[in-house]
Each structure stands twice: as C-alpha cells, then as structure tokens.
Write a protein that binds this ligand. Sequence first.
Ligand code: KG4
Ligand code: ZN
Length: 341
Amino acid sequence: MNSTILAIESSCDETSAAIVRNGKICSNIIYTQKIHESFGGVVPELASRAHQLAIVPVVHEAFQQANISKNELNAVAFTQGPGLLGSLVVGSSFAKGMALSLNLPLIGVNHMKAHVLAHFIDDPMPKFPFICLTVSGGHTQLVLVKDYLEMEIIGQTQDDAVGEAFDKVARMLGLGYPGGPPIDKWAKSGDPTKFTFPHTSMPALDYSFSGIKTSVLYFLKDQLKLHPNFIKENLADLCASIQHVLISMLLDKLSLAIQKHNINQVAIAGGVSANFSLRERLKKLAVSNNWQVFIPKFEYCTDNAAMIAMAAHHMFKCQLISNFKLKPMPNLRIELSQNKQ
Ligand code: KG4
Ligand code: ZN
C-alpha cells in the first residue's frame, strides 16, 4: 500500500514536522525553542505559545523540503503523549484540523515508542527482539522491543529521568539548559576519577537518579564555602566525574537486562543517547560481550518528527487509525495501544 504521511511532534520544546513516503523520510524540520535557555528548564506555558507560533512555518518547510504537496498525503500523524499537555494540544489540534480539512485518517503516536522506532529510519536496523535503553529528559526506560508496535518496559526510573539529572546538575554548575550537551563537552577534557559520587543501585532493572543530584548539591555547597572558585577551577573534572557515575548506572542495568533476557541486540534512544561517553562506553562493552549495538544518528536522538513519522508508517500499515476524539495524554505509557479509542 502506498503511503505518504505528515507527522507532527510537539511534546516538549521542539516543534517538528516530517514527511515519510513508503517508509522513507523525505523531510524532517526541527525548530528548537530558545526561549527556555534563560529559565534553566522548559517553561510549559511558554512552550505551548512558541509551538503555536512555529507550527505553521515548520509544517510548510517540511512540505517544501520533501517537494510534496498536501494533496498527496494519505494520513496525518501527531504525538499523542507523553509530554506537556499544553504543548501536545497544539500539535494534536493542528493535525486534527489538517486531517479533517483534507478528509484524511488521523494517527496518534506514542512519543516513547517513536524514540525506539527511530532505529528503523536508516540502516543498520536491529532485528526483533532487542533491548532499547531509552534515555531522555522525562524518561529512563529499559524496553523489550518485540515488534514495531509491541514493546514492554522491563525497567525504569523510580524518580528523576537521567536527562533531568544532567539538566539539574548543569544548572548547579552554571551551565545553561539543556544541560546534557555542555556536561558532555566539558567532560571530554576532565578526569572521571577525580571526584566520587554515589552509585545508586535499585532493585531489579529499575533506576534512581535523584540521589546523585542531592549529593552533588551538598558536595558543591561544602567546597564553595572553602574555595569560592571551586566550580570554575574544576569544571571539566566535575562534569567528567558526574557523567561517569550517571553512565555507569545506565550501563550496569542495561547489562543486567541483556543477561536476564538472553538477548544480544541492544539499542539506545532519546536525547541522552547523543552523549559521547555513553556511546563510546556502550561500543566497548558490546565488543567485550559480543553484543550487536545500534546507536542512532545525532539528529534522531533528541525530539524530532521523523521518528513520529516512522511510527505512523508502521501504524498505517496495520490500519491503526485514530478516532478524532483521541485526546493528548501527558502520561501515556508505552504499552498502551492508543489507537482504537
Ligand atoms: O529526547 P529529548 O530530546 O526530549 C525528551 O523527550 O525529554 O531529551 C532531552 C534530554 C535533555 O535532558 C538533555 O539535557 C539531554 O536529553 N541531552 C543530553 C545530550 N544531549 C541532549 N544528555 C547528555 N549528553 C548529551 N550530549
Ligand atoms: Zn523525547
């Protein structure tokens, strides 16, 4: 069946539109809202307003880059959740309006499933089943991926997401938002063994990242009392040491999941999968353990509509069409089939 689908992503602070034709991405436009930088985190009300301003030009550019007209579409897809309600409402309303006016089917996509399906945009692609560590600003999940649309969470954070830990620690260090990229950059010239922070271990395959945030806070407070320039003089070593423990925590449970499920194909996805040290350490582990590892291209790590388009492509193939009453769901879980409501 031929299919050309417009997909819209607006779950957080990226307004993005992509067009997929028969499983091939023809365009992927991403507008990252800059307004949040000065606030040290995403301000939900500002995010939804910025989506309203950006969505029309972003969608227009997606059609232009793909050299496809709206009359060639077979469906319109959007991110149903999880995400910020006000942001999700902008994308879902736009998609519904467009689908209604063109008399096209509507497809509501799960954002976390889409992060995993970003691995099917380009070769090499994993084979089922595989384990995906999905690490973003809002989630840290170990996902057992059984098929394109069949996924099970086998472990997850019980408090903060790892991206949130990067962002909060970066704020303490005076490195703006988002915090992952500057920590990643500074860590490259630092010593990961210089400072020690607690490695929190949770039962089974779960994670906890709130402890490290608190321990960094108290450590910095104590040091700053003695040396007011402590952060400035030790920034690279601090970034390397904090990043080292966060990534060790991620990789320890990933290794355990792989052993437990006896699966040797492993993928990473989500914003934190752009991290240099995570990518390098995972590649080394893969060589010593004989795993086959899948690491997404940088443009498909952080939020983008190409991954939503790829999920929509597989949903359309199975005729998983959504009702126009489908509501944005800020806490949508990966296991929920959101399509038949
Ligand atoms: O997947 P994403 O774009 O949005 C959510 O769905 O949350 O992930 C954003 C998160 C932020 O916390 C950001 O600091 C983190 O990904 N991030 C990184 C890197 N690039 C982005 N964390 C560590 N290292 C990076 N290079
Ligand atoms: Zn995301």
